[in-house]
Design a protein around this ligand. Structure first.
Ligand code: 57M
Length: 358
């Protein structure tokens, strides 16, 4: 909005010309998101605590989690507010990609909000049924994927990391593929969100990586130079991703060990889906497996555990997702969290190397 209000003034005051630049608006969006988080954060924690919107803790979890009971949850609303408001203020709202990214983020946020609300109302870990949650997620992802598929500037060709000559065209099958990426990413981030700051750290590194990728993908000359697919208008997503990094950082202030609040499904489902849709729009869909390596490891640990238990009646890990395994092995919580952050940074560096190694 600020972009639409201030940029046209550049004909009278040349200083407003600066609003033309994506890098400037991404930095301003990040600062705005931080400011919103810092101003609203303490207020949100106080009002959640006053309304007793605290986390019910599962009895079958690691014993160390029992002292987390009652920690205010649904802090994801803070992340969403900071992310959406700063994007609306500084991005070009006529850009369809921004519209689609915001739709997915808010849509998945609404599903997560409904789930959190039911859990709190029932004072148990039973929110929406798994089936209802999945159907709602698929519904939002379907609408977004179709909208994307219908964009004239968008192609259904898949970007394959490290291999520039392999470029399969999925045609209409791009729609279910995009849905899989978005819903998969959303659920993988949700599984990761089980220790203080564990999910938000890798979300920030992934969003930062995609901010960079979106900028390059939307820049004709840089995309040509790096021989990556060029998608006109995608550069605006750097503003969205920059805001996501900062909204995450603002939330981490309150979520760092020992957490003053959790993000809830409203945060984890929406942030995962946001990363998924950004990966799809920037044509770096498969690269998300590398960028979001921590989320992939967490999701795989659950799959291995469940399959192994069903087939052999034996567990692979002491408890899945894998962060619980390390907890039960006696690693202190902050150590697990920071080590997983380090892994996520390594994953991002590996992913960025794919821009040159192809
Ligand atoms: C949600 N949520 C946390 C908080 C957060 C299929 C199965 C593996 C699913 C999985 C599951 O339900 N995962 C998704 C994980 C919960 O956090 C809330 O949920 C929100 C995110 N959706 O924002 O509102 C708890 O996590 C802790 N937490 C923190 N700090 C944070 O910043 O400490 C969260 C955020 C919080 C708090 O304790 O209450 C959760 O874990 O419930 N299920 C599991 O993870 C379960 N695993 C399991 O059943 N494993 C089995 C197999 C066969 C899959 C096994 O290994 O044998 C475990 N979850 C828990 N206890 N809590 C089991 C034991």
């Amino acid at each position: 909005m600020l972009y639409h209000l201030l940029f046209p003034l550049h004909t009278t005051y040349s200083a407003f010309n600066v609003f033309r630049y994506i890098t400037f608006r991404a930095a301003l969006a990040a600062l705005t998101a931080l400011l919103i988080s810092f101003i609203l954060g303490p207020f949100l924690i106080r009002s959640l605590a006053a309304k007793q919107i605290g986390q019910p803790i599962r009895e079958d979890g690691p014993a160390s989690h029992s002292n987390k009971a009652g920690t205010p949850t649904m802090g994801g609303t803070l992340i969403l507010l900071a992310l959406v408001l700063s994007t609306v203020l500084l991005a070009d709202l006529a850009n369809m990609y921004i519209g689609i990214a915001l739709f997915v983020t808010v849509g998945f946020g609404a599903v997560g909000f409904a789930d959190d609300y039911l859990k709190l109302k029932r004072r148990s870990s039973r929110g929406l049924t798994a089936r209802a949650k999945l159907l709602l997620q698929l519904g939002v992802a379907f609408l977004a994927a179709v909208a994307l598929y219908l964009q004239p500037s968008f192609s259904s060709v898949l970007g394959v990391p490290f291999l520039k000559n392999i470029r399969p065209d999925l045609g209409i099958w791009y729609v279910p593929f995009a849905m899989l990426v978005v819903v998969g990413a959303s659920n993988a981030v949700n599984l990761t969100d089980g220790l203080d700051g564990l999910a938000i750290g890798p979300v920030m590194t992934a969003a930062g990586t995609y901010a960079f990728i979106a900028y390059l993908t939307g820049h004709l000359r840089l995309a040509e130079y790096l021989q990556i697919p060029y998608v006109s208008g995608v550069g605006e997503l750097s503003i969205f991703c920059g805001a996501m990094v900062a909204a995450g950082l603002g939330f981490l202030w309150f979520n760092t060990y020992p957490a003053q609040m959790f993000m809830g499904d409203v945060g984890s489902l929406s942030l995962g889906a946001a990363l998924g849709i950004v990966a799809v729009i920037t044509k770096n869909e498969i690269l998300l497996i590398v960028v979001g390596g921590v989320f992939v490891i967490e999701a795989l640990s659950v799959i291995f555990q469940v399959v192994s238990y069903k087939l052999r009646r034996k567990r692979v890990f002491l408890m899945a997702p894998i962060h619980h395994h390390y907890e039960l092995k006696g690693w202190p919580e902050p150590q697990i969290i920071v080590r997983f952050w380090i892994v996520s940074i390594i994953c991002s560096l590996l992913a960025l190397s794919s821009l040159k190694l192809r």
